[in-house]
Design a protein around this ligand. Structure first.
Ligand code: SF4
Ligand code: SF4
Length: 347
């Protein structure tokens, strides 16, 4: 597979990377096999996170004896020095490695969180100390907020930025990707399939291939899925007329009624995690059902059912989404799915 330079890290990585969220759903044996298949197909960039339950450990097992051939990226969502130091220690242990190629601050989407990361003697200082000691090679950041991502890039303290990017969440193409180029920050595209909203893989990837200097992360759980994507990346990359037509159709269909997870609608009057509720369908495809129906999505849906209809969130949404209507649709969908799951468990 072709390699690309990941911004100022100067690391040469495969032109697509592996995203370690979906392997949490598999058995350990299946997960290890999927990761190994990806490496066999030439994927050298493997991304995971401290918060992805079993993912680091499984990737660690898959790379045993092959460490030198891969680039390991992981993340910490901690917002203080001690927390980052603890997460780093845990990641090294779970991955079974003595250094991490790219250490990222996870989900920095609020101004106060960026401030905490940058604080003197805070998380970034901890990562930089580990970098000096050779335990971390490079430092990056991940975000869902356009403004915070731009601010982070402009600090010149991060070597990579991970941000959602696909043809229906294409806003980064206008200013954020050019800004990353200007600062030589490697752009890693998360959600190439819009978190499961796009199921036309050829169209989704051919769009991303228009940007040869970005690294799309592919979250897959079946070997045949990655084989299809690798064939696409290595094959003729031009979109044909039918594919372009399909892309336009999907943009029209989803583009106006699709949550971008920017969180500008917050704070909700009754603390509903609006973006989580609005994108919950994609989690069902990626999370073990017992976690989906019993964990934070369940809690979020309970809160969502208590929406007081104040409408304040809609005034703040830059995409003019009918948030109340969409929340009600998602709550009804979730309750239906939960009922079906309950019946399956009983049977
Ligand atoms: S309309 Fe509902 S979701 Fe929106 S801010 Fe009010 S309570 Fe929260
Ligand atoms: S509902 Fe609107 S403001 Fe809220 S996260 Fe989604 S796109 Fe952003």
């Amino acid at each position: 597979m072709e390699k690309m330079r990941l911004g100022k890290t100067d690391m040469m990585v495969s032109s697509i990377g592996f995203g370690g969220i979906p392997i949490q759903r598999l058995s350990e044996d299946e997960a290890v096999k999927v990761v190994q298949r990806c490496i066999d197909l030439g994927i050298t960039f493997l991304d995971t996170a401290n918060g992805y339950t079993t993912s680091e450990e499984r990737i660690g097992k898959a790379i045993k004896g092959r460490r030198e051939g891969v680039v390991i990226a992981t993340k910490s969502g901690a917002r203080d020095r001690k927390g980052v130091e603890e997460h780093l220690k845990l990641s090294l242990k779970r991955l079974g490695v003595d250094y991490i190629d790219l250490y990222q601050f996870h989900g920095v989407s609020k101004a106060e969180h960026l401030k905490m990361v940058l604080e003197e003697d805070g998380p970034l200082a901890a990562a930089e100390a580990a970098q000096k000691a050779g335990v971390i090679k490079h430092i990056g950041i991940t975000s869902h907020s356009m403004d915070i991502a731009k601010e982070a890039v402009k600090t010149d303290r991060f070597e990579t930025l991970m941000f959602p990017f696909n043809f229906i969440t294409s806003e980064p193409a206008k200013e954020l990707i050019p800004l990353c180029r200007e600062h030589d920050v490697g752009f890693i595209a998360m959600k190439p399939l819009a978190g499961g909203m796009l199921d036309n893989i050829p169209v989704a990837f051919k769009y991303l291939l228009w940007f040869p200097d970005i690294l799309p992360l592919v979250g897959i759980e079946k070997a045949y899925e990655i084989e299809e994507i690798v064939r696409l990346v290595e094959g003729p990359q031009k979109m044909n007329a039918a594919e372009e037509g399909e892309m336009k159709r999907l943009i029209d269909e989803l583009g106006t009624r699709f949550c971008r997870r920017c969180d500008y609608c917050q704070p909700c009057t009754v603390d509903i995690p609006i973006s989580l509720v609005m994108t919950s369908r994609s989690f069902l495809k990626r999370m073990p059902p017992e976690r989906f129906f019993g964990g934070m999505v369940d809690d979020a849906m309970d809160k969502a059912a208590g929406c007081v209809d104040c409408g304040e969130c809609e005034e703040r949404c830059p995409y003019d989404l009918p948030i109340r209507e969409m929340i009600a649709e998602h709550v009804a969908w979730f309750q239906e799915e939960k009922k079906k799951y309950g019946e399956q468990v009983k049977a």
